[in-house]
Design a protein around this ligand. Structure first.
Ligand code: CTP
Ligand code: MG
Length: 243
């Protein structure tokens, strides 16, 4: 197996892959990143795809502390072959996990992307667009139109209908100039906490008043969250809608 660090990668993009969640909505069994889709562990599939981008010189996986021994024994060779340089333990919240990854990102990184381990079908073209937009504007996130009628709920009662105009859904990869992402995380560490209300990285940039650019994403960048998503992922692959 080829050693990823041996082929002197030329890029300046480091990718943090948070994979340290407990997968509560998926239910019992191995944690989500180690379930297979198309016969391959989801985490490996995601990293393999990231490695296709020539700008990416390093992938940092943030894993659940309880999974690290097993990854090292069973998955490290394959992960390292597709550009994974480091595996670090995650924290109680996604933001804490991302911070743990950010702390070990190489000083060579001009741009840092954060991409959920459980989104194996992200579009390479979208990611290229996100990287070039982030270089120019500091921060870029993928968006898709919000097609349903959004409502706010309290218990089982609808409180109100939220105006749909201007609403989008966002996911990952989210891409940042590294100095900006480090600054917003350090600021948050000093002034607040990395609570579970921080569900993406962009919101920390937004909270500082800095600009985040939106890049239109495709339709198939699903986040594998529930058992239904796992079946949907297999169906998308079988239908040839994703690779
Ligand atoms: N994540 C993480 N550290 C956490 C929580 C989440 O690295 N403390 C990661 C997950 O592993 C996943 C991504 O963030 O790749 C998106 O989170 P989500 O889909 O919510 O995964 P889980 O938190 O594992 O699932 P659940 O919320 O159902 O427990
Ligand atoms: Mg979660």
């Amino acid at each position: 197996m080829m050693n990823a660090s041996a082929d002197a990668p030329a890029g300046d993009v480091s990718v943090i892959v948070p994979a340290a969640g407990s997968g509560e909505r998926m239910g019992a069994g191995p944690r989500k990143p180690y379930l297979t889709v198309g016969g391959e562990p989801i985490l490996l599939r995601t990293c393999r795809r990231l490695h296709e981008l020539t700008d990416v010189f390093e992938i940092v996986v943030v894993a659940h502390p309880g999974d690290i021994d097993q990854i090292q024994q069973e998955l490290w060779t394959d992960l390292h072959a597709v550009g994974v340089e480091l595996i670090v333990p995650g924290g109680q919240t996604r933001a804490q996990s991302v911070w743990n990854g950010l702390e070990v990102v190489s000083a060579k990184a001009e741009v840092v992307a954060v991409h959920d381990a459980v989104r194996p079908f992200f579009s390479l073209d979208t990611m290229r667009a996100l990287v070039s937009t982030a270089r120019r504007r500091g921060a870029a996130v993928p968006v898709s139109p919000f097609l349903d009628t959004p409502k706010r709920l309290e218990g089982d009662k609808i409180l109100e209908t939220v105006r749909r105009a201007g609403l989008v859904r966002t996911g990952t990869p989210q891409v940042f100039r590294s100095d900006l992402l480090i600054e917003v995380y350090e600021y948050r560490m000093r002034t607040g906490e990395l609570s579970d209300r921080i569900t993406d990285d962009s919101q920390l940039v937004e909270a500082m008043g800095a600009e985040v650019a939106a890049v239109l994403d495709g339709d198939f960048n699903i986040k594998i969250t529930s058992p239904t998503d796992l079946r949907l992922a297999e169906a998308l692959l079988a239908a040839g809608l994703v690779e």
